[in-house]
Structures are given as C-alpha cells and as structure tokens.
Design a protein around this ligand. Structure first.
Ligand code: AMP
Ligand code: MG
Length: 405
C-alpha cells in the first residue's frame, strides 16, 4: 500500500474500518466495573417494587384528614423487611412508618414526625401542618416498570450501573471479553524501571503509561515486552505475539532512523499497513495495520508525549469501538488564552483545565521545553486538538479535548 500522510479524521476512519469486534462473556457483577455491557440490564420488577415510605412518621388515610381529623391513634408500626400491617380504622387511626417501609394498606399519605406530637399512643398533628394525598411516598413503578431497560447495551459500567445491576438481581452481567493486548517497547537504549541506567541509557516508560491507561479502560489482560533494535529479534517477537495476543501496541522504532525496524518487521509478518504517518504533531510517524487474521497493530512513535497522545487519540477510542461501547459525544473546551499554531499539521497541546468561580471551564496549555518534555505532562489533565489550517486560535476558541486516563 502506498505510504502517504493522512489527516487525523482519515486515520480514525481507516482504523474503524479495520478493527475487529470482540465476543461477550458473563462475569459476576463484582468483576464488571469498567467493562462494556453487551446485554441490556432491565428492571426485573417494578421500581420501586412497592409503595415506599420516604419519611419517618405516621401513615393515614387522606380522607380522614380531609374530613377534619387531626388526632390519630397509633394502631401498629410498619418495619423494614416485613409486610406492612393494614390500617383497619381509617377514620381515626394511623400506623407508624419509617423510611423504606412499605405503605400500609388503607393509608395513602405520610405525616412526618416533625409535623406532629406523639404521646401515649396518640399523634396530634400541628395546626401549621399541611397534608396532600400521596405525600412522602415513592410510588410503586414510578421510576421504572418491570421489563424496562435501565442500562442499555454498550454502556461502560461505572459505580451507578453496578448498583443498578445488583438492585435488579443481575448476579452476572454480559460484557465484552476484552482482547489480550501486548505492548512492545523497542530500543537498545531502554532499561527496565528497576535496573541501573548508564548515562547513555533511559528507562522504558511508555509501556508502563500505556498499560496504566488500558487498565483504567477496563482491560485486564495486558502484558509488556521489550525488543532490541534488531530486525530478526523484532520479527521473531512479533510473530510470537501475533499468535498469542489479539492486539499489539508498539512504541518506538517507527520513524525513519537507521535502526527503526518496526515497519519492515511488520511487513515481513504480513501485517497489512493501512497508514503510516498522520499530519499531526506530536505523533506524526504513527503506523497502523492488521495481521492476516485481522488483529490490529498500532505502532506509536517512541517519544513519550507522542506515544501517550496517539494512545488516547486513536488506540483507546478504537478499542472502545471494537468492544461495542456506545460512541461517547466528543468533549469540547474553550481555551483561556490565544494559541498560535503556525504549523501545517493538526496540533495536540497538553492542557490543564481551570474552573472559574463563574463556573466556566477553560483549557490552559502546559508550558513545555520541547516536544520531548514528558515531565510537563504531570500538570496536565489531557490535551486539546488544534485542526490544521488555522494559524491563530483566539482566546475563547472552542476545541476538542481528551482527558488522560
Ligand atoms: P524512536 O521512535 O524509537 O526513535 O524513539 C524516539 C524517542 O523516544 C527516543 O528518545 C527514545 O529513546 C524514546 N523512547 C522510545 N521508546 C521509549 C520507551 N519505551 N520509554 C521511554 N522513551 C522511549
Ligand atoms: Mg528507537
């Protein structure tokens, strides 16, 4: 395939076109957080399942109140976890109730303790109190009817979804089987984090950052590998990993350097290249292809900022799409001050978000020394995307934003 520079949106399209889809599996609700739901979660019964009292107090028949009754003798007490007693004398009687108990039959309004005095089994309602029918009640089925969808398929499960799943009796939920991901760092200069480093060496950092982001995206089968700048060694490792994993993410070795063997090795492994290089900075040399069996291979440039930008801009969304996650609407932010971007490429600028007391969120670029200054990312929340073709983005411009995982 011809190698030509494409625009970021063309890269998105090519990636989407070639991403596989992944199957579903049942997992215990305890293990489902962060995963993509594949079968909708429905109400297994009405929500709430019964007329639920929402205040501590007494339950009465509103007709008694309407006829002028202001004193009610307490006949019984409803407690949570038990069927409610029935109110038989609805003209002068009442039943004590608590938040969460079932509304007793024969009653249809709750008067909270704050609005009455209770002594010797008689509740006397204050003159100032007002009572309306069904007050302080959460009526049966007022939230959802049995069978209604509460969490649609394609949702990434977060804490509220997990609570909902448990509430409707989903002990197991159907979620996407996350693909097994291999992260391969390339380079003779790289040492592992716990190894000594010579002055001419650096520590391998990108693989850790990629793994951290993937874990936060719900991937639990992610392994790291390293290969020297050697064509045969790269070829051998890639062949093995293309067998054992579903997705490969490489970092480094993808540019034009004499020892950048990744594109050649991938080609020799019959990985079909769909693009190499995107009109963007950082991350221009990014490479994407698929193996003969359709496994995606992302080769990201080695510079840590480039790797992380490409991972969040392309790889994360591609995996989410392949896993069946519903497309999230893009996030937009306003930039606080003007940004000059004279390059004929799309720009990705690390920013932090600041919130004014007027409730306005603005993006402020993080000062960086060079494009290799990954230390500056520490103060950033994510990055904004400045489309090609506009030299100056005035203060207040609205641009797309992506948060770091
Ligand atoms: P490359 O794309 O291989 O030319 O690498 C570009 C720059 O990124 C070089 O300074 C590399 O040392 C650095 N680099 C490559 N891989 C990693 C890695 N895994 N962790 C940190 N830096 C890296
Ligand atoms: Mg290298």
């Amino acid at each position: 395939m011809s190698v030509q520079m494409i625009q970021p949106h063309q890269a998105d399209e090519l990636i989407r076109e070639h991403m596989p889809t992944y199957g579903a599996t049942g997992v215990p609700v305890e293990e489902a957080a962060g995963r993509i739901l594949r079968t909708a979660i429905r109400a297994d019964r009405d929500l709430p399942p019964f007329d639920r009292v929402t205040m501590d107090g007494i339950a009465i028949d509103f007709a008694a109140w309407q006829s002028g009754q202001r004193q009610f003798s307490v006949h019984d007490t409803a407690v949570a976890g038990r069927p409610a007693p029935e109110l038989t004398d609805s003209t002068r009687g009442c039943i004590q109730v608590m938040t969460g108990t079932m509304l007793p039959a024969g009653t249809n309004a709750v008067i909270p303790y704050e609005d009455l005095d209770l002594a010797e089994g008689v509740a006397v309602v204050h003159d100032t109190a007002d009572v309306v029918p069904l007050q302080h009640l959460h009526s049966q089925a007022s939230d959802r009817r049995v069978g209604e969808i509460i969490v649609p398929a394609g949702t990434r499960l977060r804490a509220p979804h997990i609570s909902i799943a448990a509430a409707v009796g989903c002990a197991r939920v159907q979620v996407t089987c996350p693909p097994a991901v291999a992260i391969i760092s390339t380079g003779d200069e790289l040492k592992q984090v716990d190894e000594p480093v010579e002055p001419f060496q650096i520590r391998s950092a990108n693989d850790h950052g990629i793994r951290a982001a993937l874990l936060r995206l719900g991937h639990n089968h992610v392994e790291r590998f390293h290969v020297r700048d050697d064509l045969d060694a790269t070829l051998q490792l890639l062949q093995q990993l293309l067998n054992d994993f579903d997705v490969l993410i490489l970092t480094g070795g993808v540019s034009m350097g004499k020892r950048d063997f990744v594109p050649t090795a991938l080609q020799e492994c019959q990985v079909q290249n769909h693009f190499h290089k995107i009109r963007q900075k950082p991350g221009k040399p990014m490479w994407f292809g698929t193996s003969p069996s359709g496994k995606p291979v992302f080769a990201l440039p080695g510079n840590t900022v480039s790797t992380l930008v490409c991972l969040h801009r392309y790889v994360g969304p591609a995996l989410a799409h392949a896993e069946g996650e519903n497309d999230a609407s893009p996030q937009w932010v306003r930039i606080q001050d003007a940004i000059r971007w004279p390059l004929p490429l799309t720009g990705f600028i690390p920013v932090r978000l600041v919130y004014s007391s007027a409730g306005i969120c603005s993006a402020v670029p993080c000062e960086t020394n060079t494009s290799g200054d990954f230390a500056a990312l520490s103060a950033s929340d994510g990055f904004v995307e400045l489309p090609e073709g506009q030299d100056l983005f005035p203060a207040g411009s609205i641009v797309q934003y992506r948060a770091w995982q």
